[in-house]
Design a protein around this ligand. Structure first.
Ligand code: SF4
Length: 407
């Protein structure tokens, strides 16, 4: 089926030229209750959410994304996209688990703008600014604090840390949203990272293609492409977010040689249904975007009303398993709170009571049962050339440990 992606048309009081300008979208972002009241008929719970802003998390969205929430939902009172961007009174309640830093990033932060949790990659937090402040954000300890682009001293220290960590093969530019920075700033960052020989992959994590897709200009992509391989990690949560404008921005990225992968978060009342996940993932795949992660929502402050239970998330993944092409499947992943790292939640198809030494029994997604019998262990053979690759593997394994010793 060829998908049709609808245009997100401007409201009557905005000219089409302004609407298509990503700078106009940034400059006219909605921040205050009065701004939102122009687009939405606010409920008492939402108005109460605004009143407690200083206790929770900044509010901001582009007019483009607000319009999508207000007018794209076919008149639904509980619009899924509205739940992502609109503050709620529920955010002020004490939930079942409330963490300011659920990923334990601060304790894995050797410098103010670096998070080094896994040996072969680091997060480089270029800015704390985003075009939208998603109510479920996991980085409320950092995001939206009006610190903007990293100060020169912190930037140089972060670069030095990466340069001194030969096991670091990937740098994930994050924040905040790195694509809110100017083309010139991004070019400078790319040049600096590409001057470090052991940095193989650069990833850019961004919600810009969702909330201000006009930002993904040919000029920006031409500025970045000399520094390939750069992976674009988008963050679409709902099929309706893939508008005509967003689809065009994804096509431009792929056409400029950027592998694009999508990370979604399973959210209560937003996308917690297998029909919605498949709709999102198949549309993304059609646009040559690989659905990568489906995250369990972290227990960040004020997110109880947005989180799904682990059981519900697993049930959704199980429903999709086998029915959806492997290309369209994302990995269901949960971050162990307090910085325990990611675990992938995979449906368990083993029939445990039939397990025997050297054999396992499975019942597949549609009920077919069979045994898998191991080969004779005496046949095991080490690859003859494994030692050629041991040095680089050792470098990765010991990278984080060496840096902790230095600190
Ligand atoms: S764009 Fe990302 S970092 Fe910014 S508020 Fe949303 S989830 Fe948080």
């Amino acid at each position: 089926m060829a998908f049709h992606f609808e245009k997100n048309e401007p409201p009557p009081w905005v000219s089409p030229e302004d609407w298509q300008s990503w700078q106009w979208q940034m400059q006219h972002s909605l921040r205050r209750l009065e701004d939102f009241a122009q687009y939405f008929d606010l409920s008492p719970e939402e108005i109460q959410g605004f009143s407690g802003l200083d206790r929770i998390f900044q509010v901001r969205t582009t007019p483009y994304y607000a319009r999508l929430a207000a007018h794209g939902g076919r008149g639904l009172s509980q619009d899924p996209i509205r739940r992502i961007l609109m503050p709620q009174a529920r955010e002020l309640e004490l939930g079942t688990q409330q963490m300011l830093d659920p990923l334990g990033e601060r304790k894995n932060s050797p410098h103010s703008r670096i998070v080094h949790r896994y040996p072969d990659r680091v997060l480089f937090l270029l800015t704390d600014f985003c075009s939208v402040y998603c109510r479920y954000c996991t980085r409320k300890h950092f995001t939206g604090q009006d610190q903007a682009f990293v100060r020169s001293k912190d930037y140089l220290q972060a670069l030095e840390y990466i340069a001194q960590s030969p096991g670091v093969r990937e740098v994930i530019l994050s924040g905040g949203d790195p694509l809110t920075l100017s083309d010139a700033k991004l070019k400078g960052v790319m040049e600096d990272l590409r001057a470090i020989d052991h940095v193989e992959i650069i990833r850019i994590g961004s919600r810009i293609p969702v909330v201000n897709p006009m930002r993904m200009t040919n000029e920006l992509l031409q500025t970045l492409r000399p520094y390939h391989p750069i992976f674009m990690m988008t963050h679409f949560n709902h099929p309706r977010e893939i508008t005509f404008e967003a689809a065009e921005s994804l096509k431009r990225m792929v056409d400029h040689g950027f592998p694009v992968m999508n990370q979604m978060v399973l959210l209560n009342g937003v996308n917690n249904h297998p029909a919605l996940v498949q709709a999102l993932n198949r549309r993304l795949l059609y646009l040559r975007v690989k659905p990568y992660y489906m995250f369990q929502c972290d227990p960040s402050l004020g997110t109880d009303h947005l989180r799904t239970s682990v059981e519900e998330s697993e049930a959704i993944q199980r429903e999709l398993w086998g029915r959806l092409s492997g290309l369209a499947m994302s990995s269901l992943s949960l971050d162990i709170p307090d910085g325990g790292g990611k675990v992938t939640l995979v449906p368990d198809f083993e029939i445990k009571e039939h397990r025997q030494p050297g054999r396992r029994a499975y019942r597949g997604w549609d009920g077919v049962e069979a045994e898998y019998v191991n080969p004779d262990p005496s046949d095991r053979q080490e690859p003859a050339d494994a030692h050629f690759y041991l040095k680089e593997w050792e470098q990765i394994v010991t990278s984080r440990q060496k840096m902790s010793e230095k600190a």
